[in-house]
Ligand binder design. Structure first.
Ligand code: TXA
Ligand code: MG
Length: 347
């Protein structure tokens, strides 16, 4: 299959491209498209056969459910049993935007889309390209991140092409995404609202709207054998080909440790910050942004992990980016990419 890439001019979008994309979706095909978080691989969410194609193209395990993307609030009640008050409050504050809600599904949503679950993940993205595509495609677009299962999520159309070339008919190219990390997932089907995946919308922001909110225990106790509730969070993810290690501690010690380790390698990769980039003497040094600019770090992380694959490095060392805000989401992805290998050089 030929994979066509259509560049969308955000100032003057070509409606014919959207009609073409919408037609592919309505006929049960796949279209990759930008959202404000990462690129998605879309199919008609109400068509079980179409959803199945997503799993095949990504090589994704079939028990890992998809997020259904909508563009209008009134479309929500048509696919869930009920819309709880918390959902209304969160939607008013954060939709359209980088937040996914888990709700009880109704009979319109096939199990092929929810990985057999009685619940469904729903998100209303803010990217105008995503929104127009959803409307043209019939209102309900199932879309995981448009990467091959296990690879870093795509933040540009080129990343999508690397993974999906020959497997899907169309990619809408809207340029680099804004945020670069996937949406925050909030489960509203339990007694207490629970964050299943940290993202741009932080725990504090959700607390501010709902009061009581908790982090899924499977996220905090990542190595303790507690299973994360979002099926996708249990898989090794975002994994670059070389082993990634996260080095934590005072900055001088971190730099010294990484320099020493890197010097013993043939082709090491290093993920560092503006503040430290001139202190690394050896290896493929990639600066991910200023330490104080979490948004820059978030938006560069996946691209940097992919670049190391292209460069063929034999080991990767990363500084740590712990912080109460967006740092939670950044570290969640980085730790998964590292298979939780962290080294503390404090003493
Ligand atoms: O920002 C995003 O959310 C992007 C863009 C394309 O919208 N999408 C995305 O989809 O990240 P994906 O498939 O890569 O991740 C969806 C996550 C998985 O961890 C999955 O297990 C979880 O959401 N999930 C989906 N439905 C669920 C459900 N009913 N209950 C619990 N977790 C669910
Ligand atoms: Mg994904």
């Amino acid at each position: 299959m030929e994979t066509e890439i259509i560049k969308i001019d955000r100032e003057r979008p070509d409606m014919e491209a959207f009609q073409k994309a919408g037609k592919i979706l309505k006929e049960g095909g796949l279209v990759a498209f930008p959202t404000e978080t990462v690129y998605g691989l879309g199919a008609n969410a109400l068509d079980e056969e179409a959803s199945r194609k997503i799993y095949a193209a990504k090589g994704r395990p079939s028990d890992n459910p998809l997020i259904v993307h909508i563009a209008r609030m009134e479309d929500l009640e048509k696919i869930v049993k009920r819309v709880p008050e918390e959902a209304v409050k969160l939607a008013e504050r954060f939709w359209p935007g980088p937040m996914t809600l888990i709700l009880e599904k109704n009979g319109h949503v096939p199990y092929g889309t929810t990985g057999g679950l009685e619940t469904v993940a729903v998100r209303m993205p803010s990217d105008p390209i995503a929104r127009e595509l959803i409307l043209q495609g019939g209102g309900y677009v199932a879309a995981p991140s448009a990467n091959t299962s296990g690879r870093p999520s795509p933040t540009t159309a080129r990343h999508v092409y690397e993974d999906m070339k020959g497997k899907i008919p169309l990619i809408l190219d809207g340029g680099a995404v804004e945020i670069g990390l996937e949406s925050t997932i909030v489960d509203l089907t339990d007694q207490i609202p629970t964050i299943l995946r940290p993202g741009y919308i932080t725990l504090e922001m959700i607390q501010d709207v709902l009061g009581q909110v908790q982090m899924d225990r499977g996220l905090i106790a990542a190595d303790s054998g507690v299973r994360p509730k979002a099926p996708g969070m249990k898989y090794r993810h975002y994994a670059p080909k070389a082993q990634l290690k996260i080095v934590e501690g005072p900055v001088d010690k971190v730099v010294a440790y990484i320099n020493k380790e890197a010097s013993g390698r043939k082709k090491p990769g290093i993920i560092c910050t503006e503040e430290t980039k001139d202190r690394y003497r050896y290896g493929d040094v990639k600066c991910i942004g200023a330490r104080t600019d979490e948004e820059a770090i978030a938006s560069h992380l996946f691209a940097v992990l992919r670049e190391f694959d292209d460069d063929g490095v034999d080991a990767i060392y990363s500084e740590s980016f712990e912080s109460p805000g967006l740092g939670q989401a950044i570290m969640n992805r980085l730790l998964k990419a590292a298979g939780h290998q962290r080294i503390d050089v404090t003493d």
